[in-house]
Design a protein around this ligand. Structure first.
Ligand SMILES: Cc1ncc(COP(=O)(O)O)c(C=O)c1O
Length: 448
């Protein structure tokens, strides 16, 4: 019987009470490279990079040493009136790799707050310019975090419907969901028509809209829905045509994830604002950045008497230890020539992922850079989904533990987020563990 010590005080994220009781959390003691080890020493591949953050695996020595060194000097200083030497260094190094035109970095401490900051900057920017623009437009299926503002621009019923009344004001386009295209196109006929809905919204209400928010190239939390760069290009061109600011939420896909340094690079466009987090410290410490164009920053330039100051900050804004982790992460990105050096491993990954097409239950295979997803269906021809109560993907993830693999499905989607230093052999082991787990669940359902 499991010990209740500690458990009685816990409230787990995204976990029902009953699952918490029936499936107690795996207690992890340590990590090394792509592996996590539980308290009994069992070894698991971390197939989802601990919620997509561990871009260089666990316990990376270079980053760890940078943190230790920082701890000898300074753990924290507030950032209004002071700044640590390390946060300054980070700003210089991050500034050097940002897309041209994105210059001003505002720090906070997680992905949701980076989105909150972007939204508030957009609102205040228009306020300063005496423009009555207070709505946001975002994409159906989007996820931008769980704080109230960030959640208000998300559109995934399981996370957002309870709070929808509060979010009434905002606008949502069709989903760029190619496997189940909302406008009935396929890859050969698609001309980004899912964004006709954006055009209609912008045409009718563009002058009330503070900004358009989107996850470039991959809608992550809804099920790693990869969409074509032509859709992203259309979002940019429509926003430009109707003079609406763009906020690219690169919290999950920035810093090499999609095979480009920034996901917006696939469309060769620079957004007006960009949000980064997750990989920014390679998973060592919470940190995020909202980066804006100088032309936006300029509107905020005045003295203390005006309403132009951005009255926003977090206690841990620009924390020096998180900054040290981030400086070290950016060093590794440069040293390992990310994303160029990822080509070999992602080529192998994509090839291996495609082999899942021999399983009838795999309806769609989506891959981009180090992201891979399998959408599981009950019937491949009709694309019928498993009923939620069948918990197909949940069962696969449970089985995967027995094969030394940690994955966590998103609805009916199984997915992987590779660390950048994974080997072909490790990818092979991870994917075969998944295949075995799927087959076991299929066998169980045949036998039941
Ligand atoms: C695209 C995107 N934006 C924002 C967030 C929120 O980040 P956090 O969980 O750090 O608040 C996430 C988290 O998964 C995300 O995927």
């Amino acid at each position: 019987m499991r010990s209740m010590e500690g458990y009685d005080n816990l409230w787990m994220p995204f976990t029902s009470y009953q699952d918490f009781i029936d499936y107690p959390p795996l207690v992890i003691k340590n990590g090394e490279g792509i592996y996590l080890y539980d308290k009994d020493g069992n070894k698991y591949i971390d197939g989802i990079g601990s919620w997509w953050v561990s871009i260089f695996g666990h316990n990376n020595k270079y980053i760890k040493d940078a943190i230790k060194k920082q701890l000898d000097d300074l753990e924290h200083v507030h950032m209004a009136g002071c700044i640590s030497t390390t946060t300054l260094e980070l700003s210089r190094k991050l500034g050097a790799i940002l897309p041209t035109g994105l210059d001003r970095i505002f720090y906070s401490d997680n992905g949701s707050t980076s989105v909150e900051v972007a939204m508030k900057i957009a609102l205040q920017y228009h306020y300063i310019r005496s423009e009555n623009r207070t709505k946001f437009v975002s994409l159906d299926g989007g996820y931008h975090g769980d704080t109230l503002g960030a959640a208000s621009v998300g559109a995934i019923p399981v996370y957002h419907s309870v709070f929808q009344e509060t979010f009434k004001k905002h606008l949502y386009t069709d989903a760029p969901y190619c496997y189940r295209c909302p406008v009935g196109k396929d890859a050969s006929t698609c001309n980004a028509e899912c964004m006709d809905s954006l055009e209609t919204i912008l045409k009718e209400q563009g002058d009330e809209i503070a900004a358009c928010l989107f996850e470039p190239m991959v809608q992550g939390a809804v099920g790693m829905r990869v969409y074509p760069s032509k859709v992203l290009k259309r979002i940019f061109s429509l926003c430009r045509r109707y003079d609406v600011l763009t906020i690219a939420d690169e919290v999950a896909m920035g810093l090499g994830r999609t095979g480009k340094l920034f996901a917006c690079d696939h469309a060769e466009h620079v957004p007006d604002m960009m949000c980064l987090s997750k990989g920014l410290t390679a998973g060592f410490l919470p940190l995020s950045a909202t980066i804006v164009k100088e032309s936006i920053y300029k509107e905020f330039c005045s003295d203390y008497r005006s309403e132009r100051t951005f009255q926003h900050g977090h206690t841990f804004t620009g924390n020096p230890v998180a900054s040290a982790a981030s400086v070290a992460t950016l060093d590794l990105i440069a040293q390992y020539d990310i994303p160029r050096s990822l080509e070999k491993i992602t080529g192998y990954f994509h090839k291996e992922m495609m082999k899942f097409s021999d399983l009838e239950c795999v309806g769609d295979i989506r891959v981009l850079g180090t992201v891979g997803a399998l959408e599981i269906v009950k019937d491949r021809k009709t694309k019928e989904k498993h009923a939620p109560e069948e918990r197909f993907t949940f069962k696969v993830a449970r089985k995967a533990l027995n094969h030394g693999l940690i994955i966590r499905p998103l609805g009916n989607v199984l997915y992987f987020m590779l660390p950048y230093n994974i080997t072909e052999e490790q990818i092979f082991t991870m994917l075969s563990g998944t295949r075995k787990s799927i087959k076991e669940v299929l066998d169980d359902s045949c036998n039941s």
